[in-house]
Every structure is written in C-alpha cells, then in structure tokens.
Write a protein that binds this ligand. Structure first.
Ligand code: DND
Ligand code: ATP
Ligand code: MG
Length: 264
C-alpha cells in the first residue's frame, strides 16, 4: 500500500492549518465556540483535541450521546476525553428519542439501517439544540476516507457546520492524533459507527482503511487509472471499481441538495 504518513514537519503544518481553520470558522460566524459529539472514537477525539487547542477549553462543549447499542467502553472513553480536556459536557441518553420516532412510525421498527441512521440524526438534532442555545458552531468529525465513500449518515453525523479533519485519510487521522497527544489506546481503536450492535466500519465497507486510503489517494483523489492503481497497489480490479462506485453513488451526500435549473 502507499505510505501516506506525514513527516514531522508536515504534521505540525497540518495541525496549525486545522487550528487556524477552526478559529476562522468560529470567528466568521460570530459564534462563542463549538459543540461536538463525543463517541470515544478517534475522529471525535482528535477533533476535540484540536478544538480545545484552537479555541480554549471553555469554548468547547462535548455531547456524549449513548444509545442502547453503544458500548460502555466507548462511552466511558468519551467522558474521559471530555474530562482530560477539561471541557464542559453532557451525557444524554438518546434511545427514548429514537423510540418516540418509532412510536409514531412503527413501520420502521426492526429496520436496522433506518433506525441506525435515525440514531445518527437524533444526535444531529441534539448538537444543533445546544449550538442554537449557546451560540456555537457544530464541529463535524468526518475524515476524507468516510466522506469519499459516503460512509456517514446524510443529515446525521453529516449535519455539521464545518469539517476540521475532512481532508485527512483515516490513517492520517490516527497519526495526527498521536502527534497532538491523544492516548495510544484511543488512537489505535477499531473504528465503529455504533449504529447497531457489533458494527465496524471495515466489516461493513468490506475493505480495510489501509486499502481504502491508498485507493482514494491514487485513483479517486489522484490521477491513476483503475489499471495503474491495481498494478501499483497490487489490489484486484473489483476492489478499485467498488471504491469508485461507492464514490460515485455518494456524490449526492457531498453537495447542497439541487433544485431545477431556472427556466430561460
Ligand atoms: N442519487 C441520490 N441523489 C439524492 N439523494 C439520494 C440519492 N441516493 C440516495 N439518496 C438519499 O440518501 C439516503 C441514503 O443516505 P443515508 O440516509 O445517509 O443512508 P445510507 O447511505 O444508506 O447509510 C449510511 C451509511 O453510513 C454509515 N455510517 C453512518 C453514520 C456514521 C458512520 C460512522 O462511520 O460513524 C457511518 C452507516 O453504517 C451506513 O453504511 C436515501 O434514503 C435518499 O434519501
Ligand atoms: N454515542 C455518541 N455520542 C456522541 N456522539 C456520537 C456518538 N456516536 C457517534 N457520534 C458522533 O458521530 C461521529 C461519527 O462517528 P464515527 O464513528 O465516524 O467517528 P468516531 O467514533 O469519532 O471515530 P471512529 O470512526 O474511529 O469510530 C462521531 O465522531 C461523533 O461526533
Ligand atoms: Mg465511532
């Protein structure tokens, strides 16, 4: 696979660039700071670390939002991140809110994907409730790997005001996390959306992030053809084509919803 790791100098440059980005977004909005969901996973942990460095702990608010399918380990890691960073945070159980949706629309009960996405959307509603109330921006935690293949819930975890780590591939997220002092046990954790029990990103995608990151860097964000990518990375054509298909099919998630062209 490709070596996508940054040099030490590049890591500093990336960190500073993201810190300036967060400060600029918050300043430009006239906001008093930021709110973000803390899942105990590496994307939100890194984003929280960077937000605190950019804005100061008193300007960052964390939301730990357990559902019945959330593991205790992840939720306690999420609280530990908030405590170590000394930011204000709330722990709010979201399952009653998800249940209330199914009470009024029981038809979706048992639909793992629809209910899982509803969990992500309920979290988005909570983030914006706090953002509105405290004049804060909602920080996204998505990275380039997830965004490129549409591995996020439209208007769920995708419902945010900006994406501070949105240009980093997943492996680079882990590397930058270690660089800014995220504890190793968090930096090395298996990625999971936790929208249903025992879900992991790599199982659901049917791809490791190592392979995905390399294909994205080479073929989707880079200039190489499918064939050249297969030869360079020694992966089969079906894998590269699958990534291409996921990328194309998720185009709608990366754009503002369209309206018809104006009539002439
Ligand atoms: N071509 C098109 N043009 C415009 N809109 C289109 C469309 N195709 C679908 N849609 C719309 O998009 C909807 C499907 O998108 P969406 O609702 O997002 O649902 P979908 O993409 O099916 O599912 C979300 C995926 O992201 C994963 N996820 C979610 C949340 C967090 C994380 C994580 O890593 O933490 C991962 C989750 O496990 C699942 O695999 C359709 O119901 C339809 O409304
Ligand atoms: N239980 C939760 N409480 C609060 N926010 C959550 C919870 N679960 C998910 N989120 C939000 O949704 C985002 C997307 O989840 P995702 O799994 O992609 O990121 P992560 O958990 O931070 O890292 P990883 O992908 O490595 O698991 C999280 O970063 C977080 O902001
Ligand atoms: Mg996660």
């Amino acid at each position: 696979m490709l070596d996508l790791r940054f040099s030490d100098a590049e890591l500093d440059q990336r960190r500073d660039h993201i810190l300036a980005f967060i400060q600029d977004r918050v300043d430009a909005a006239g906001a008093d700071g930021a709110v973000l969901g803390l899942s105990g996973g590496i994307d939100s942990t890194l984003t929280a670390f960077l937000a605190v460095e950019a804005l100061g702990a008193e300007h960052v608010h964390g939301l730990v939002l357990p559902a019945t399918v959330s593991s205790e380990g992840n939720m306690s890691d999420a609280e530990r991140v908030a405590q170590d960073l000394e930011i204000s945070y709330d722990v709010i159980e979201i399952e009653p809110l998800v249940d209330s949706l199914l009470e009024v629309y029981p038809g979706a009960e048992g639909d793992r994907e629809a209910v899982g996405n509803a969990r992500a959307r309920v979290r988005g509603v909570m983030n914006y409730l706090v953002a509105n109330h405290e004049n804060r921006l909602v920080l996204g935690t998505g990275n380039r790997s997830e965004a490129a293949v549409g591995y996020f819930t439209k208007y769920g975890d995708g419902a945010v005001d900006c994406h501070p780590i949105g240009t980093l591939y997943k492996g680079q997220v882990r590397q930058l996390a270690r660089h800014v002092g995220v504890p190793e046990e968090l930096a090395a954790k298996t990625a999971t959306a936790e929208l249903w029990a025992d879900q992991t990103d790599e199982d659901e995608l049917g791809l490791s992030y190592e392979v995905l990151d390399s294909i994205l860097a080479t073929h989707i964000d880079g200039p190489l053809s499918v064939g050249a990518t297969c030869r360079l990375l020694e992966v089969d054509v079906e894998t590269v084509e699958r990534v291409r298909t996921l990328y194309e099919q998720s185009e709608h998630k990366r754009h503002v919803p369209p309206a018809p062209d104006p009539l002439e």
